[in-house]
Ligand binder design. Structure first.
Ligand code: SIN
Ligand code: CO
Length: 393
């Protein structure tokens, strides 16, 4: 078997990652994450417990000898489902586990070199020996991180251009065979698979797999969300009144000038500062089940209570499941998005926000300027009261 799959000992540096692999080439990192750290993530029993709840989106996939006989059922599941599942050839998959099990979200720290603002979710699967969801492609970039157990993966060498799925199966299983390389993964190994690269995992010893997915929006999703945003501001959502039309546009003819004017007006919306501001809001829109959009925590703090806690040495941290997006602002400083809100901030706040983005602990020792300006505390309190920050234990 020729093995073209790159096997690394450590995660690639950010420049290697974007220069060589991102969107282009799969790779495996052996022992990228320690077994101790992996053992702190959700366990198989906890995952089964989650699958019995109403909210998490869970699926059970039963592999069969003939591909056409594959079965996929959606949760919630019961004790009986597990009693009758047998000890081979099935998988349980649950999406957005980082929202239901915050310790599992700590895994995200290992993927800070990837665009965290595109992070979609951590899907976790438990699979019995022989368990597989079949050969398939995904729309997202995925880092398949092996927990307990052992799996054999086959991964394609290029993106599939025209996928054909087996008919009559309520699961997207590729009909066509694909060329690829095989690798066995054990606890702490990470396999990066770019979008549309075929892959298939088969369980050798009952296993947990953590799929950290990064997914970009479709053009239509961007346009429709931006339109929705514009529609909320009357002055940004002006009607086209045919300004400057002449006889070239009479009757049923749109003159070149009319087409160009409409295009220019749309371009102006894309080139504006509010477009940039909207983007950081868009990329941080919460899909968190327990949070509404920018919702307040039940037990909000007043500024003197908040300051008191910090003066007494309390530390703040951004939990890993909280998504930030930042970009430089043309009017100076930078723009921070969180949970569909945006804040234009002074560049002096950048080191502080940077610490939160690295999920570092912030207190008056690690950030001596914490009390330098009342506006800093005001801003941190705003984030805290909207559940972007927590006190570290
Ligand atoms: C699995 O864990 O079996 C499926 C993960 C994937 O291929 O995306
Ligand atoms: Co996949």
């Amino acid at each position: 078997m020729s093995n073209k799959l790159v096997i690394l000992d450590t995660m690639p540096s950010p420049s290697e990652f974007y220069g060589t692999y991102w969107n282009r080439r799969p790779f495996v990192v052996r022992g990228a994450i320690s077994e101790v750290e992996m053992s702190g993530l959700i366990t198989a029993d906890e995952l089964a417990g989650l699958s019995m709840e109403e909210t998490p989106r869970s699926r059970m996939v039963k592999t069969a000898g003939e591909l056409q006989d594959w079965k996929c059922r959606f949760g919630p599941f019961t004790e009986e489902d597990y009693e009758t599942a047998g000890d081979r050839d099935w998988s349980l998959l649950i999406q957005n586990v980082e929202q239901f099990h915050p310790d599992t979200a700590t895994l995200l720290r290992h993927f800070n070199f990837a665009p965290r603002w595109l992070m979609d979710d951590i899907m976790v699967s438990f699979s019995a020996k022989g368990g597989s969801v079949g050969p398939h492609i995904d729309s997202y970039h995925v880092f398949l991180t092996q927990g307990e157990g052992k799996r054999r993966w086959k991964v394609g060498r290029e993106a599939v251009e025209e996928e054909v799925y087996i008919k009559g199966v309520d699961l997207k299983v590729l009909e066509q065979a694909f060329e690829g390389d095989e690798v066995e993964m054990t606890c702490g190994d990470v396999l990066y698979v770019p979008p549309k690269f075929a892959h298939e995992g088969v369980t050798l010893e009952s296993a947990l797999t953590f799929s950290v997915g990064f997914l970009g929006p479709k053009t239509s999703e961007l346009f429709s969300a931006y339109s929705q945003y514009l529609s909320e501001f009357e002055d940004l959502d002006q009607r086209y009144v045919g300004e400057g039309l002449n006889t070239d546009s009479s009757g049923f003819t749109l003159s070149e000038g009319a087409v160009s004017d409409i295009r220019t007006s749309l371009e102006a919306h894309l080139k504006s500062d509010y477009f940039t501001q909207w983007l950081v809001e868009f990329f941080t829109e919460s899909s968190h089940e327990d949070f509404g959009s920018y919702s307040k925590r039940e037990e909000m703090l007043y500024d003197d209570e908040f300051e008191g806690e910090l003066q007494e040495g309390a530390s703040l941290i951004k939990p890993e499941y909280v998504k930030f997006a930042i970009t430089t602002s043309r009017s100076g400083g930078f723009c921070l998005g969180f949970d569909s809100q945006s804040f234009t901030l002074d560049e002096r706040l950048f080191p502080l926000i940077h610490m939160f983005m690295k999920e570092e602990v912030v207190n008056s020792k690690s950030y001596p300027d914490l009390f330098a300006e009342p506006a800093y505390l005001e801003f941190l309190l705003e984030l805290y009261n909207h559940q972007a920050l927590e006190f570290a234990e």
